[in-house]
Unconditional design. Structure first.
Length: 168
């Protein structure tokens, strides 16, 4: 829990196309390892959702987009994440006010701010929000498991017992 995880968005996200509740997908960009064993590999899928998508609007109102991260899929099952990504468009309020003062009171109404966007490949930082449970074998267990099988020194029998098929 609390281990940082670096991610990136897989698709373009925007206040033009996304609304609150939409699922969004990211991917892990760096392996997460424990004692030399990768427990969350590069490319592992991450699921998030659009928490807020405020469209840009009249009088220079800028768009706002917030993505909340939910979980990362690992070989041992999903693990909850904490983190978010946020973007704001550019405000056009100053231009809108200037137009209303200098040109026409209605002129500022037609000036919009820009949409908020998170392009594909945008880096996002998250942390594990729960302990990641996985099976870990210490080096000694791996070494024992990797040894080739040896022939039985007692033939087919356990020590002190006659071998199968023997007259004893």
């Amino acid at each position: 829990m609390g281990t940082p995880v670096m991610l990136r968005t897989r698709t373009d996200l925007s206040t033009k196309h996304n609304k609150p509740g939409d699922r969004v997908y990211l991917e892990v960009t760096e392996n997460i390892s424990f004692r030399g064993k990768t427990v969350i590999p590069i490319g592992a899928p991450v699921v998030g959702e659009v928490a807020r998508a405020q469209r840009n609007g009249h009088v220079g109102k800028k768009g706002k987009l917030e993505i909340r991260l939910l979980y990362v899929e690992t070989p041992n099952g999903p693990v909850r994440l904490a983190g978010s990504a946020y973007d704001e468009g550019k405000s056009g309020t100053a231009a809108s006010v200037a137009t209303m003062l200098l040109v026409s009171p209605l002129g500022g109404f037609f000036i919009h701010g820009t949409s908020a966007e998170l392009p594909a490949g945008t880096p996002v930082k998250a942390v594990l929000a729960e302990n990641h449970r996985f099976t870990w074998y210490p080096e000694t267990a791996r070494t024992l498991a990797a040894r080739p099988a040896q022939p039985d020194v007692y033939g087919n029998a356990a020590p002190g017992l006659p071998a199968l098929g023997s007259p004893d």
